[in-house]
Write a protein that binds this ligand. Structure first.
Ligand code: AHM
Ligand code: MG
Length: 360
């Protein structure tokens, strides 16, 4: 064990943690052999902001709790009769999976009572979710896709929860449309939890605060810091898109993508069809994700508030970029809670190349 602790790889991992924490939070050592807990990371982040009242930390702890519940259920889904669709469609015309309902309820139950939210928005709910009268309202707005990519669940592919957090604009009580229909530049924290071979929570609490990943140790029931200060690898040449739709894309984009296929350029393709899985891979390894407008989805498929915003925020915080093909994703001001957008995000130079191609 001692040998393991002082192995070069282990020493390096500890140095990485220390370097990132020194950069953002001041000098600090790794807490346990397993790593540093998410709870401690959140408390240290709060201590770096003396004006903080603790609501954001409480909120993020409750997000982690809901993530653990969903993770446990996803792992048992095949045994617990949780595969497959419910037979109903949501407001957006998509078949609702049993696990969509479970995840939506788990997040609502974990978050509504804590006195930290004034409103929630969920992909699974037509209208904003009102905090029940028996609970206090708080300072934050939580927007989520409770289980993105859930049509993949029957195949054991990665799926995930994606979330955006705003600080309220209205003074008190229940949230109002102005609290949620606002640009992504107002985001105070964003992240996702990917339920894959392992469960990893990836979080950023500011564009200059870095992106950090925490892996769930199921034996302990805690998230431990495992991916400190994630930066997109600018040298990676991987693109992710549903290329079967290429005939429906802007021809300039199609021509540009075809150009990437020259063998000497060294590009490769990876596409799960699960946004959080595709973007997690690109964040960890570098790459470009594309969901352009199509004939079926002329405004794009992915939703601004709880898909494009949080992933754009994480990409920018990790040194990348995100655009809808004309403007920075984080500068979109949505006018409806389920608004969609085209999405191109990942390595900065690749995103700029897409913009160049679309300008023709
Ligand atoms: P969902 O929110 O209903 O799960 O839909 C979003 C998913 C994303 O995870 C993924 O990137 C995309 O839809 C895949 O779409 P397509 O099957 O058109 O490639
Ligand atoms: Mg989704």
């Amino acid at each position: 064990m001692d040998d393991e602790k002082s192995s070069p790889a282990c020493v390096l991992a500890h140095m990485d943690v220390r370097r990132a924490w020194t950069r953002y939070l001041g000098p600090m050592s790794t807490q346990f052999e397993e790593g540093t807990t998410l709870d401690r990371f959140l408390l240290e982040t709060m201590h770096a902001h003396p004006e903080a009242r603790g609501q954001l930390v409480t909120l993020l702890k409750q997000v982690a709790l809901a993530g653990k519940l969903v993770s446990a259920r996803v792992n048992r889904a095949g045994l617990a009769g949780m595969f497959g669709a419910t037979g109903s469609m949501n407001i957006q015309g998509e078949y609702v999976q049993k696990m969509d309902i479970y995840a939506n309820e788990a997040f609502k139950r974990a978050l509504e009572h804590a006195g930290v939210l004034c409103m929630m928005v969920s992909e699974e709910e037509d209208a904003p979710v009102r905090i029940p009268e028996r609970f206090a309202c708080g300072d934050y707005v939580f927007c989520m896709d409770p289980l993105d990519g859930s049509s993949n669940i029957d195949t054991n592919a990665s799926i995930g929860t994606i979330f955006t957090i705003f600080r309220r604009r209205s003074p008190a009580g229940h949230g109002t449309p102005e609290d949620v229909l606002r640009p992504g530049t107002d985001i105070v924290a964003a992240g996702y939890i990917v339920y894959g071979a392992g469960t990893v929570l990836v979080l950023s609490t500011g564009l200059d605060a870095g992106v950090h990943g925490f892996t769930l140790d199921p034996a302990v029931g805690e998230f431990f810091l495992s991916h400190s200060d994630i930066r997109l690898d600018a040298t990676t040449r991987t693109y992710s898109c549903n290329e079967a739709y290429a005939a429906q894309w802007d021809p300039r984009l199609r021509t540009w993508l075809d150009g990437l296929k020259a063998p000497e350029l060294g590009w490769s393709a990876r596409y799960i069809g699960s946004l959080v899985g595709d973007v997690h891979r690109n964040l960890v390894k570098g790459g470009l994700f594309l969901y352009p407008p199509t004939a079926k989805a002329p405004s794009g498929k992915l939703r601004v508030l709880y898909e494009a915003f949080p992933l754009a925020f994480l990409c920018e915080a990790a040194g990348g970029a995100a655009t809808d093909g004309e403007r920075r994703i984080l500068e979109i001001v949505p006018t409806t809670i389920h608004q969609r957008t085209p999405l191109f995000l990942g390595n900065r130079d690749a995103v700029e190349a897409v913009l160049g191609a679309l300008r023709g």
